[in-house]
Design a protein. Sequence first.
Length: 178
Amino acid sequence: MIFRYMEAGGGSMEISEKKISNDVLIDMAQYSFTRLDGAWFLAVAEKYGIDTAWEMDVAAWTRFAYGFGKKIRTSIIPDPVWPDSFIEALQILSDVLKIEGRDLTMEHGEITVRVTDCETQKMIAKAGIADCGIVTVQTYQGIFQGLFGKDKTLHVEHRKNLNRGDDCCEVVVRNPGL
């Protein structure tokens, strides 16, 4: 991307150009996404209280996740297959949200996701009043429904949480029986 800006120098304005790499733009988008989510949450909590902020946060993430899953289906995975497509969608979500320390295992029809390094979790820990685990379940379910259909259900259990002192965030997803 080429960024054009006016630069003052010696009493005149000059147009300069600076090339911004896609990597820098992606880094800025990742940073902005998590910070906007946090700023929105804190603003709602300040004005309407923490319970309302949680309620609105869950509603927003539920809608976002379903739309995100649908976008993945229309743009990337037109014919999703369980569990491969869901796992790929989780990788896409991890890349978008800069969830870097992620380990995924599958055993006996269960997918276990463990995260030790996550920008959203770091931002929430800094604020000290939030817990991303509250929306994790809805996010996984929404992505699943966006991929496989709104009438489909997925069992998701959030077992561990970095923000509560655990060694990782751990989410277990059970085979939906597709």
